[in-house]
Write a protein that binds this ligand. Structure first.
Ligand SMILES: [Zn+2]
Length: 339
């Protein structure tokens, strides 16, 4: 792994290539593409244009393969004892469902068997919730037998109650902190297995993680308390953190990207020395939802490289390809310092 600054793009570069452009001409040296969209021709062309190839991998996404729909016992159960409603466009899954876990790990092995990759990025590494919308959705899950049994063993407690709703009430009353810590441990355990599968197949491939760009203290600590996402706890399992500070989506100014990247750089043990990990490569918003001007896009791309960040990418390369102004902005930022 060389230690050049990562000047990345996210999503399949098809639309970019259709403009007649080459990745190396735009200073791009890494592509991040959903594993399901990868094929030999894409990998070969990206490499021929000087890029590393990273695959994004949907981890705890219950919509993947219609899994939750086809396996109702994997549907996360809320504190009323009912299947949790979808969190807008996202549907999570019961993270202690063994069948689902095997299903994802098998898919990961299959992906690693098909392509030589520079790394795999975990996506949706959290409990059922929605943080990518202007109006986030938080739901306390999961209270099915599988999760309550696992929690009892982990915390060495006996949860009272005849129904899922009664057990949920008992947990909130008697062991809320232990329950939150256990939920973190479940997510970390997924990441640990994910990493071991990646390293067993391709020891040099990096393990990355796309994640919610909220600070520890935001909204009463809800990132850890509801998503079960504890950055420090994940550090042994993750080579590169890729927070998603989508300023437009979350109603913030472009400067928020710099603020968050600097915060992350100071708060966590981010490394910048050659071959030292974990590293920080944020993904910033290019997508017009709401409209992001080329000037604003250029700003957030630069802010994505502030602090101790050693890389950046944007959501998505298709949104850049659709706007000549954004194409020019990306080329300007990415060609600086490339010689
Ligand atoms: Zn469960």
């Amino acid at each position: 792994m060389s230690n050049a600054i990562i000047r990345g793009t996210y999503a399949h570069p098809r639309a970019f290539w259709e403009t007649g452009a080459r990745l190396d001409d735009y200073g791009v040296n890494a592509v991040f593409i959903h594993g399901g969209s990868l094929d030999e021709a894409t990998v070969a062309r990206a490499r021929a244009e000087g890029c590393k190839v990273f695959a994004e991998f949907a981890t705890l996404n219950g919509r993947y393969g219609d899994y939750v729909e086809q396996h109702p016992d994997a549907h996360p159960i809320d504190d009323s004892g009912n299947p949790a409603p979808p969190a807008t466009w996202f549907m999570g899954v019961c993270p202690t469902h063994r069948g689902f876990r095997d299903f994802r790990m098998d898919a990961l092995r299959e992906l690693l068997g098909r392509f030589e990759l520079d790394g795999v990025w975990m996506d949706y590494v959290h409990w059922h919730a929605q943080f990518e919308d202007p109006y986030p959705v938080f739901i306390k899950t999961c209270f099915n037998d599988s999760c309550v049994t696992a929690f009892q063993q982990w915390a060495n407690v006996e949860v009272a109650g005849a129904t899922a709703a009664e057990r949920a009430q008992w947990i909130f009353r008697h062991a809320p902190k232990a329950w939150e810590d256990w939920r973190v441990s479940v997510i970390v355990d997924w990441a640990r297995e994910f990493r071991s599968v990646v390293k067993a197949a391709q020891p040099n491939a990096l393990v990355g993680c796309f994640h919610c760009a909220w600070k520890d203290e935001d909204l009463g600590g809800v990132r850890r308390r509801c998503l079960g996402l504890d950055i420090r706890a994940l550090t042994p399992c993750v080579d590169v953190f890729s927070p998603m500070p989508y300023h437009g989506r979350s109603g913030k100014a472009p400067e928020y990207v710099r603020e968050y990247v600097e915060y992350f750089s100071e708060r966590y043990p981010v490394q910048t020395a050659p071959d030292a990990y974990p590293r920080l490569w944020p993904i910033v918003q290019a997508h017009d939802d709401p409209y992001v001007s080329p000037e604003e896009f250029e700003q957030v791309l630069r802010y994505g490289l502030s602090g101790k960040s050693t890389g950046v990418m944007m959501f998505t390369i298709g949104s850049v390809a659709a706007d000549p102004g954004k194409m020019a902005a990306m080329r300007r930022v990415y060609r600086e310092g490339t010689g």
